[in-house]
Design a protein around this ligand. Structure first.
Ligand code: DAH
Length: 364
């Protein structure tokens, strides 16, 4: 409330002049109309309805009027302020509604939009098959062993009874690591792990070692310079070829199904005596289709080599061949995948195309 007006002639207070009040109202209404957002309207409210607005100032002048004029002026200013206040409220409501409308549009979420799809990867069947093989053998109480891919020539050949000029050394087309006299090769098979295991573990021992091996083969439908084997080695008292056959039969049955038929064929490896190749009956034609593409009509598919550990190998590892015997085997992983899943072409396995791997699902 303002105090008595001492500055103006109470009879001629220009701020209370009806024309001036109307002009203030008109200004206020125009400014309200022109406010296009809530911030602008806030400034308009301050200017035209705030404590220091012309109409508020005019209202203060009323107290100084003679009583006879007070009612008239009070009514006029009150009505004017009421009109401005109503216009402000209406505009406020309109602008808030507009803002809410805009927010609904701007912040709209279309729940039916198709999210961008990121194709999922897939585990390669080599990895899943290796894990399956590990599971099979750990289930039998065996352990999983490892060895280096860049291997000492001694472990890869000499320790396995390949003589310096043994033709078998040339049989395995070897990648030698430079410099040539370093005595290092990319392992041509997983068999060097046999010697490493015997040198580092206590007897009896039962180990499998899946891993990469390397040979200077060209890539074709059935060969690749990098492939995978799983090596097995058992050394204990009283092991015989029957244990070897039983183990491999179990292995084949777990991997290919209970009805798979296997056979051992005499063969030669410097580190086993006697040695054998293991074949299994073609799961596609069961030996009944002379034109079968998978087994070439022979009815049998070669899976890998095996045998009783050569006593020279046991001796080289410091194992007494009079007391202990051992059996060993080395099976191809790619070969197992080709057979287990009917993959006819090595290219599919090595190419790394996720469309190949996804077909095998998320086998763990
Ligand atoms: N290392 C042999 C190869 O790569 C396969 C092999 C044969 C492994 C006989 C063995 C074995 O453990 O006893 O051709």
């Amino acid at each position: 409330m303002s105090g008595p007006n001492t500055q103006y002639d109470p009879v001629e207070v220009s701020a209370l002049d009806p024309a001036a009040v109307d002009a203030n109202v008109a200004d206020a209404l125009a400014a309200i109309e022109a406010a296009t957002d809530l911030d602008a309207l806030k400034a308009v409210r301050l200017a035209h309805a705030g404590d220091r607005s012309p109409l508020a100032l005019a209202n203060r002048e009323i107290g100084a009027l003679p009583p006879s004029a007070k009612a008239e002026a009070g009514r006029r200013v009150g009505e004017a302020r009421g009109r401005v206040g109503a216009a402000l409220r209406a505009r406020q409501e309109a602008l808030e509604a507009e803002r809410d409308e805009r927010m609904l549009v701007d912040e709209r979420l279309d729940m039916t939009v198709v999210a961008p799809r990121r194709p999922l990867g897939a585990r390669h069947p080599i990895s899943t098959t290796i894990e399956r093989v590990e599971d099979i053998f750990t289930g039998l109480g065996w352990e999983v062993a490892e060895g280096p891919e860049v291997e000492a020539e001694w472990f890869n050949f000499d320790a396995l009874n390949f003589g310096p000029d043994h033709p078998a050394r040339a049989m395995q087309d070897t990648f030698f690591v430079e410099p040539g006299d370093a005595g290092l090769v990319l392992r041509t098979h997983t068999s060097p792990v046999q010697m490493r295991a015997m040198l580092t573990r206590d007897l009896p021992l039962f180990i499998v070692c899946p891993g990469k091996v390397f040979r200077t083969d060209d890539l074709d439908a059935t060969h690749t310079p990098v492939f995978h084997q799983v090596e097995g080695l058992a050394v204990a008292e009283g092991l015989t070829m029957a244990h070897l056959k039983g183990t491999l039969d179990r292995f084949a049955a777990e991997l290919f199904g209970p009805h798979v038929t296997t056979r051992l064929r005499p063969a030669f490896f410097p580190f086993t005596e006697p040695s054998a190749e293991m074949d299994f009956q073609c799961p596609i034609c069961l030996g009944k289709d002379p034109a079968c593409r998978v087994c070439g009509g022979t009815g049998w598919i070669e899976w890998g080599g095996c045998g009783m550990v050569n006593r020279n190998v046991l001796s080289a590892a410091g194992v007494d061949p009079e007391r202990f015997t051992g059996f060993a085997f080395g099976m191809g992983i790619e070969r197992a995948i080709m057979l287990r899943h009917g993959v006819p072409d090595m290219f599919d396995i090595v190419e790394g195309d996720v469309r190949f791997s996804t077909q095998f699902g998320m086998e763990i």
